[in-house]
Design a protein around this ligand. Structure first.
Ligand SMILES: Nc1ncnc2c1ncn2[C@@H]1O[C@H](COP(=O)(O)OP(=O)(O)OP(=O)(O)O)[C@@H](O)[C@H]1O
Length: 226
């Protein structure tokens, strides 16, 4: 089964205006359940925009997206948000953590709408933090953490709800080689448990990792290798 399937998906900004751009232009790709796929391409080629669409954070301007077999491109924001919380984990390029909140609170955020008690949320946040070696900072406000620590908090938050689909935008960008290897081990372990992973990277350590099944390459909003 395909976890991800897009049919001529386009994302346009400033539609119909002189400054219209199409960072994603009629992209048709598929990713099978359990695959680990790397999304590559030069800066500005549309990788983050495509990742944002695939992770159900935005809707395509045209085309169709089937996520875990569901026609999500036709859904309302409300359904899309619920679907994302139930099934999708996202590691953002710029982390998107909440300042003033602790590591534990940030990691636990995706669990709030899912009906867990505060005790359960704290326990799951601690477990996810331990996986990426950030459990010694659970009660620190994220404002005080280093770039590499913030990246690990962002990864723990993506893992905390045990999602079937994991999207990661440059997940090792701010990590030293030891922590990069650690993150890749976690991703490899998730893959061995049947999770589907799609990530962007410019990091050769990621590109050469044996868990990568396939590379999708983008140029100027178009998929040039699939
Ligand atoms: N909201 C927006 N409005 C207008 N243009 C946008 C918007 N979002 C993205 N773009 C443009 O789309 C293009 C692709 O951006 P995107 O961030 O997807 O590229 P990328 O391949 O992820 O780049 P990088 O490797 O540098 O992160 C860029 O030229 C960007 O300026």
């Amino acid at each position: 089964m395909n976890a991800i399937e897009t049919k001529a998906v386009t994302k346009a900004f400033n539609l119909g205006k002189p400054n219209e751009v199409r960072p994603v232009n009629e992209v048709s790709i598929s990713v099978k359940t359990g695959e680990c796929v790397l999304l590559k391409g030069p800066s500005g080629s549309g990788k983050t925009t495509l990742l944002t669409l695939l992770s159900c954070l935005s809707k395509p301007t045209s085309g169709e997206y089937l996520c875990l077999g569901k026609p999500v491109s036709h859904w309302s924001e409300k359904f899309l948000t619920r679907f994302r919380k139930d099934h999708i984990g996202i590691v953002f390029q710029h982390f998107n953590l909440i300042k003033g909140f602790t590591t534990s609170q940030n990691i636990g955020l995706p669990l709030f709408p899912l009906g867990y008690t505060q005790q359960e949320i704290d326990a799951k946040a601690k477990e996810a933090a331990a996986k990426v070696n950030i459990d010694h900072r659970l009660n620190f406000k994220v404002d005080t953490l280093s770039g590499g620590e913030l990246q690990r908090v962002a990864i723990a938050r993506a893992l905390v709800s045990n999602p079937e689909l994991l999207f990661a935008d440059e997940p090792t960008a701010h990590l030293d080689s030891h922590n990069s290897e650690g993150v890749l081990e976690i991703f490899a372990d998730l893959k061995s448990k049947g999770k589907t992973i799609l990530m962007t990277t410019h990091d050769p350590i990621v590109e050469q990792h044996p868990m990568i099944d396939r590379v999708i390459e983008m140029r100027d909003g178009i998929v040039v290798k699939h």
